[in-house]
Design a protein around this ligand. Structure first.
Ligand code: HEC
Length: 471
């Protein structure tokens, strides 16, 4: 019996790679979802203030703001949420499968709270002034708690992706061991702090349009304080968070992420602090356009680097420190009945054991070496590297200094990658002929011969007709 790898067909995205597809959708989603949860708290706090200080004008703001959230946050959030599912399922099928096998009930529960959250925002908007204050406040606080519950339930999954933090889970496979991982509380803390900060900025978009001067000043100041409190909490939580990261993540953060994003994040931090301080000092100066720019800046210069960094810091894994980004299992997980793929690829190689390889590529010959190399490169590397010379994501030819010398390229595959010596890259104990094929292909890319292999022969189908006409 020939053993096979449990790999799925490959989703190959030229140029930006699947990682960026997920990153772009994820960033938009995170901005919308954190705004929604933070806004739910803002709603409850302001409704409370309106009732206890007898200031019905505040409700005028809440109505406008609620409508704005419904149209933007909720619709954008609900579109990008399934977008994440679609993209990760094809980009990282084993990653998502691993998570589902741990967390299916958490996700189901999260969905229930999300449902309550959506009903909540409608109730908040349409029941203002139609029901008594006491009931409205009860609903407002239920809305806030249900919204936050969606975050409490999703963060265990996100933090487990970073790592379980101890060896226990690998043996028990228990959902609780997976959920209460080392990283969980600090991660929840950061996101909670962030939701207050971002809600403080988004709130300004509507606050700046209020007609009543006194209410406008009062709400803008309230938003500033909330934003500042969120930012302060976020800094404290960030320090805690870094202390709960795996050593490799800290290494990647210090050596790669900080040089790359450190100054952007620092500048954003200062800009956001100034924004909140200025709007607290001179609330009437706040314009809607400024609040919009601030919100977009947080998304572009804060969330995008953050999402990218978190993805990079997990390297070489996509989840739980046992599923590599390129979908291979790196180790046994007895608690889940998972066996490492490493012994099989070491013994038989990938071409012979991957279901979705065209039959004519199962064995490497001089004729098909380049195509086999292309397919192997896409399977082994494309999750983290653009394959073309100009791709956005660590393009492979550049990684090898555009070397056109297959021998030099292969030396890297023979040594560092074969033995798993690079902390951010998977171990790839491939047989000699497969390493040679990858090297020949990458050398051809560098030599600008990529046109000979433009037809897409990624592992999509075992039907050989797909690859006809490619030489
Ligand atoms: C899990 C993700 C991942 C996979 C899969 C992966 N790499 Fe990398 N690789 C990285 C990261 C991250 C870097 C660091 C890039 C940087 O410095 O920006 C890197 C860097 C490199 C470098 C530069 C040298 C170095 O040590 O930094 C080479 C060469 C390289 N990769 C080759 C490959 C090849 C060939 C494959 C497939 C056979 C591959 N990589 C698969 C993540 C990956």
């Amino acid at each position: 019996m020939l053993e096979m790898l449990g790999l799925y067909p490959q989703w190959y995205v030229p140029g930006i790679g699947t990682a960026w597809v997920m990153g772009i959708i994820g960033t938009i989603h995170v901005l919308a979802s954190h705004t929604s949860v933070g806004a739910a708290w803002l709603f409850a706090l302001l409704a409370q203030k309106s009732v206890s200080e007898n200031k019905p004008e505040i409700m005028v703001y809440l109505k406008k703001y609620g409508m704005f959230l419904l149209v933007f946050s909720y619709i954008i959030g609900s579109i990008t949420g399934p977008g994440i599912w679609y993209s990760v399922t094809v980009a990282s099928p084993r990653g998502i499968s691993g998570l589902i096998h741990n967390f299916v009930w958490l996700w189901a529960s999260e969905w229930v709270f999300f449902f309550v959250e959506v009903l909540g925002v409608y109730a908040m908007v349409y029941l203002i002034g139609k029901i008594d204050n006491k009931t409205y406040l009860k609903l407002a606080w239920s809305f806030a708690v249900a919204s936050w519950a969606t975050m409490i339930l999703i963060v265990p999954i996100l933090s487990f992706m970073m790592w379980p933090g101890n060896d226990h889970w690998y043996n028990t496979g228990s959902t609780f061991d997976a959920a209460f991982n080392l990283n969980f509380f600090a991660h929840l803390g950061i996101r909670t702090a962030f939701m207050f900060a971002v809600a403080g900025a988004v709130g300004g978009i509507i606050a700046a349009t209020l007609k009543d001067r006194e209410t406008r000043i009062e709400i803008t100041r309230f938003l500033s304080k909330m934003g500042l409190a969120g930012m302060f909490l976020m800094l404290v939580m960030f320090m805690w968070y870094t202390a709960t990261l795996p050593p490799t993540a800290r290494l990647i953060m210090e050596t790669q992420m900080m040089p790359k994003y450190g100054s952007t994040l620092g500048a954003l931090l200062i800009a956001t602090l100034l924004y909140f301080l200025l709007t607290a000092w001179k609330p009437m100066q706040l314009r809607q356009s400024i609040a919009v720019v601030m919100t977009l800046a947080i998304g572009l210069f804060g969330l995008w680097p953050e999402e990218r960094s978190r993805e990079s810091m997990r390297k070489p894994y996509v989840a739980g420190q046992y599923i590599y980004s390129n979908q291979f299992f790196s180790r046994d997980v007895p608690g889940k009945g998972v066996l490492s793929d490493m012994p099989l690829i070491e013994a038989k190689g990938v071409l012979a054991t991957h279901y979705f390889v065209p039959d004519d590529l199962r064995k490497i010959t001089p004729e098909n070496q380049l195509r086999a190399g292309e397919l192997l490169t896409k399977v082994m590397c494309a999750n983290c590297h653009s394959v073309g010379p100009k791709g956005a994501l660590r393009p492979l030819p550049a990684m090898f200094g555009f070397s056109t010398e297959p021998k030099m390229i292969q030396a890297y595959l023979d040594g560092a990658l074969y033995y798993g010596k690079v902390p951010y890259m998977p171990r790839m104990p491939l047989p000699e002929d497969e390493r040679a094929a990858i090297a020949v292909y990458i050398a051809a890319l560098s030599a600008g011969q990529s046109s000979v292999v433009t037809a897409n022969v990624s592992a999509q189908s075992s039907n050989p007709s797909h690859t006809k006409g490619v030489n």
